[in-house]
Design a protein around this ligand. Structure first.
Ligand SMILES: [Zn+2]
Ligand SMILES: [Zn+2]
Length: 494
């Protein structure tokens, strides 16, 4: 079949004279400089739009995002009356006895400034189990009938926090049956395609739990329209190996977050007398990472503050010197990196798996990072350009559900970084979501470019991301996976 009538992004530009691409069995077999007069059946007309290599998001928590997408989103909910209406409306469409999940509640933004009372909550969907989660995920409420099913809740309070909040979250995840899990992944795939992605890395499981969910996902991921690269988010190397995994980790935590003053810094926060903390010892990480390394596994660890990044990178560096292997270990987030640390990351050979939207949301002189860290440290946050210049493989990701999967917004964030020194060219911005991302999963011979022999994956937008553009207006037109259109396209032109 032939894919045609598009501008194809080849060798970092739309300037080539390639007019059509011949595809066989999901692979690109020829780049053509004219459109054949007779088009074989199954050929796809891309409506004159801009065809990029299939974009890859290299770090998401797709199960959570997929569940939330299927839930009741209370973002921008103005008052308790609206909240009540939204939950009652949703209950009408769900089977009696099923679980209703409402999330993104910011009670401080409600008129009145409080959570609903337990009594109100219980009255909204008495035939359902109702969970109400705060926007930051650190507190929640459960309807009385749901609370009775969750063992171990200690607090008599209506709003649950701390370990009680964790109990509710774990109960909720464990109560999903297989159909609900796959439904959540289909929601996630839909969101990925709407955001322009063909391939998504996803973290599965909670570090301390079993990896059954990972196994289940690996057996079923082929029914999803896009490709998933799964990570068992686990400390059990044995279990991961038994499940056939070639990589391990994800947001397994070397430290916390800037927002909660728990990211581990080498000097105190600007607005609190603490420098955060390393969650685990050097010995713990050294043992975990070198054991995985010895078994030929790629390792990914969440590290945000410079002290945490250094802790993990030091181990990667030692291994790179004592037992070099092409495993492409990952520093997830990799946010605060002084110059010397940038050089050490280059030396360790680790990849930096970063989130452009973090700078977009929280960067800049007056932004949230600046309040927490002060202006000078904010300038060494999210150093896309410095890391790339030093020769580190940088990849782009959303950490979805934390920020949206949206390629145009991500490219916009990279080109317009708050710190001019860390801005990327549009070509480099595209590269971190294509070639670099393909390299991260050892898929550079299959993904990341429009080239003969590679998989026929294309993300097709109505927008040239290498020219000035408004990211809110850019639209995804087609997602082509292995030569087949997989997204639902309502604005067809052919
Ligand atoms: Zn994450
Ligand atoms: Zn993380």
């Amino acid at each position: 079949m032939i894919i045609h009538n598009a501008r194809f992004y080849i060798n970092d530009s739309f300037a080539s004279d390639i007019k059509a691409i011949e595809v066989d069995s999901g692979r690109i077999i020829r780049l053509l400089d004219s459109i054949p007069e007779v088009l074989p059946p199954g050929s796809i007309d891309l409506g004159g739009h801009y065809a990029y290599p299939g974009f890859i998001d290299t770090h998401t928590h797709s199960i959570s995002g997929g569940i939330y997408r299927g839930g009741i989103d209370l973002q921008n909910c103005p008052d308790l009356t609206t909240l009540a209406d939204m939950i009652r409306d949703a209950a009408v469409h769900r089977d009696k006895g099923s679980l209703l999940f409402a999330w993104n509640l910011d009670e401080t933004a409600l008129e009145g400034g409080t959570f609903p009372s337990q009594q109100l909550l219980d009255s909204l969907a008495p035939d359902h189990l109702l969970l109400l989660r705060r926007i930051d995920g650190h507190s929640c409420m459960a309807s009385t009938n749901a609370r009775k099913l969750i063992p171990g809740i200690q607090s008599p309070e209506e709003v649950l926090k701390g370990t009680d909040n964790d109990l509710v979250a774990n109960w909720f995840h464990n109560s999903l049956d297989e159909a609900a899990i796959m439904h959540a992944y289909h929601n996630a795939a839909q969101t990925a395609m709407e955001g322009g992605f063909c391939t998504v890395h996803t973290m599965i499981g909670d570090a301390e739990e079993s990896i059954d969910h990972y196994r289940f996902f690996c057996q079923n991921k082929h029914s999803l329209p896009i490709e998933y690269i799964p990570y068992p988010q686990s400390f059990s190397i044995k279990a991961a190996l038994e499940a056939g995994a070639t990589r391990i980790g994800g947001c397994i935590l070397a430290d916390g977050s800037i927002g909660s003053h728990s990211a581990a810094l080498s000097a105190n926060y600007a607005d609190a007398p603490t420098r955060g903390k390393l969650y685990r010892t050097n010995e713990f990480w050294s043992h975990f990472i070198s054991t995985a390394h010895r078994h030929g596994m790629q390792v990914a660890v969440h590290c945000i503050g410079d002290a945490a990044i250094r802790q993990i990178n030091d181990i990667y560096l030692q291994l790179n010197q004592s037992a070099p292997a092409d495993l492409r270990h990952q520093l997830i987030h990799c946010e605060l990196t002084p110059d010397d640390l940038v050089q050490e990351i280059q030396a360790s050979g680790a990849a930096a798996v970063m989130q452009p939207a973090f700078d977009l949301y929280w960067g800049g002189e007056t932004g949230f990072y600046s309040q927490r860290l002060g202006a000078s440290r904010t300038r060494i946050m999210n150093r896309f350009a410095s890391l790339m210049k030093a020769g580190v493989c940088v990849t782009g990701s959303s950490d979805w559900y934390v920020t949206p999967m949206n390629i145009a917004m991500s490219i916009h964030a990279l080109i317009n970084h708050h710190n001019p020194e860390e801005r990327l060219s549009p070509q480099d911005a595209i590269r971190i979501y294509t070639q670099n991302a393909a390299w991260l999963s050892h898929d550079e011979a299959r993904l990341g470019k429009i080239e003969t022999g590679l998989q026929a994956d294309f993300s097709v937008l109505d927008t040239d991301l290498t020219a000035p553009f408004e990211h809110g207006k850019a639209q995804v037109k087609y997602i082509i996976k292995k030569g087949k259109q997989v997204n639902v396209n309502t604005s067809h032109s052919s």
